[in-house]
Design a protein around this ligand. Structure first.
Ligand code: G4P
Length: 529
């Protein structure tokens, strides 16, 4: 019974946005409401502002902070809220995609002046494909920005969502008066200096009442009535079922910096956002209220202290309870492991915890047992479906620059790939290693980490590849044999041993497809099931 109650309390979600839309600020304000921090400015942004290694190094220096901010947990009105941090920088997009496998819902932050930006489009697309419930928060209403209806249109068009506003701005920028909360039927007036304290609201369910003029002035009252009538006619009425199955997205307006509209968002969120959702394993669908424990690794965080080369593997608990010092089955390795000091996260701290419930994240110290996507269970052989790898955009040979350190280099490359820093391809012809990444920044990060964590030196060499194409399992026919013989130079194995064709240009890919029609290519690593 307690178990079910604990599950019902959990809300595990991620905040996604284009860099600078206000994700860090909003996170901080949510923590403030939860009483998890006392003052603004306590949460350090771990974003990388420029594509510069120095920023990454700076972040690594502060790794103590960034490990803790990977999961920020707090209690609010008897709910346990887990926020999973998602890097905004595009070079780390794969990291964010993987974190999205562990959230039960997301909040999408959009800058009122910039509207829908590129990174938001990509991340929302992944959420859409997985039917993850989404709430949209339009931020920075204290600044001049786009018209509310234009923005709602843009969200629908560019993000492919069906929206319904649950709050509506009254004025904007210089003339910003506040917001009308459609969901709770009240008005929240903006005073401009509400950075720290929590706003009072004025209950207001009869919009026709002349009192509205008294509160927000004649012209705002007139506009608000008109806009709300229009919104009511244009947008579908909110219903929880559509939101939960990912077909309707409620929208809130506010200003995170001014702590304005955030309480409305949070109060609605805890009421409508899903409790830990069931998750699909290759074998079957697993429900959170099953008593047997199961969970999966969605993130691995390396320890940058060279004296302790341990890592923290982040596990999302899908079902059952995770208990300290209990042996669990590591399904891929088919062995039992127990953990004497699992970490739970609370606000910016981590602490050892005896028991965790579905929806929770635990951090397990790891000396190299885990890879992203690994499943742990009580004993059942389950394999949770992860997020597939997409074709990287950059490819380079990696060479050993210190022949005495070949072993260290190989170990370093192996472990960094297990963490999901980049993808490794080993050429069939000569065994040379090729690293594929989403952004150029990763090459510097890998080089730096190989040197500092493993004592190995590497150099890179360009390898012009247009796209990595995963080849469907080999067929024993002449066409396949010829394809392998002719394209030998471009064939490689990925980390899982799957065959990959590294097409050097779009043209060559097209020609290959035409010449060998029975050879089937996939553009992600996930096999059809
Ligand atoms: P991110 O994590 O999504 O990248 O964004 P972050 O919260 O760091 O916010 C980016 C910038 O936008 C910050 O300013 C932040 O203060 C500002 N901001 C966030 N919410 C609001 C808002 O509601 N109104 C206004 N006017 N600004 C907002 P910065 O100058 O880049 O950083 P800082 O020096 O203020 O920290």
């Amino acid at each position: 019974m307690d178990f079910e109650k604990e599950i019902a309390k959990r809300r595990t979600f991620g905040i996604i946005s284009h860099p600078d839309a206000g994700k860090t600020t909003l996170t901080e304000k949510l923590l403030l409401f939860g009483g998890a921090i006392q003052e603004a400015g306590a949460v350090k942004s771990n974003k990388i502002k420029k594509s510069a290694t120095s920023d990454f190094m700076e972040i690594e220096r502060q790794r103590g902070i960034s490990v803790a901010t990977s999961v920020l947990a707090f209690n609010y009105r008897d709910r346990k809220i887990n926020i999973l941090d998602t890097p905004g920088h595009k070079d780390f997009a794969e990291d964010t995609f993987r974190t999205l496998t562990a959230v039960d819902s997301v909040i999408v932050v959009i800058d009122v002046a910039k509207g829908v930006e590129e990174q938001t489009e990509k991340l929302v697309e992944v959420c859409r494909m997985r039917n993850i419930p989404m709430i949209v928060f339009i931020n920075k209403l204290d600044r001049e920005g786009k018209d509310a209806f234009d923005l709602l249109d843009e969200v629908e068009q560019k993000l492919g969502l069906t929206v319904t506003p649950l709050s509506f701005p009254i004025g904007m920028g210089y003339d910003f008066k506040g917001i009308y909360n459609i969901y709770e039927k009240n008005i929240n007036l903006f005073s401009g200096n509400s950075k720290q304290h929590i706003e009072d609201t004025i209950a207001f369910d009869d919009l026709d009442s002349p009192e509205l003029e008294g509160i927000i002035g004649e012209s705002h009252a007139h506009n608000l009535r008109e806009y709300l009538e229009l919104a009511g006619a244009v947008y579908p009425e909110f219903n929880k079922k559509d939101y939960l199955d990912g077909s309707l997205q409620p929208v809130f307006f506010g200003s995170a910096l001014n702590n304005f509209g955030v309480r409305e968002l949070l109060d609605c969120f805890i009421e409508i956002a899903p409790t830990p959702r069931p998750k699909m394993a290759e074998e079957r669908l697993v429900n959170s209220n099953e008593s047997d424990f199961s969970g999966f690794v969605f993130k691995i965080h390396a320890n940058m202290d060279p004296k302790h080369r341990d890592r923290l593997a982040f596990i999302k608990i899908v079902s059952g309870t995770f208990e300290r010092n209990t042996p669990y089955l590591h399904v891929r390795q088919d062995k039992r492991i127990k953990f004497s000091s699992p970490n739970a996260f609370f606000a910016e701290k981590k602490e050892i915890v005896d028991i965790s419930y579905p929806g929770d994240i635990v951090g397990l110290h790891d000396t190299g047992n885990f890879k992203i996507g690994d499943t742990l269970t009580n004993g059942e052989k389950l394999n949770y479906k992860g997020i597939p790898s997409f074709s990287p955009e950059h490819f380079r040979y990696i060479n050993n620059a210190d022949p005495m350190k070949a072993k260290q280099l190989n170990k370093g490359i192996d472990q960094l790939m297990d963490e999901g820093v980049a993808q490794l391809f080993t050429l069939e012809l000569n065994g040379r290693k090729v690293i594929g990444t989403v952004g150029a920044l990763q090459y510097e990060v890998i080089q730096y980490r190989l040197e500092h964590e493993y004592g190995a030196k590497c150099t890179y060499e360009n390898f012009p590849v247009h796209k990595a194409c995963w080849v469907d399992p080999e067929k024993e026919n002449e066409e396949f044999a010829e394809f392998k013989r002719i394209k030998q130079k471009y064939l490689a194995k990925d980390k899982m041993g799957q065959l990959v064709f590294l097409a050097d240009s779009a043209f060559s890919l097209q020609m290959t497809q035409q010449k060998y029609p029975t050879v089937k290519f996939r553009f992600t690593s996930e096999k059809e099931s």
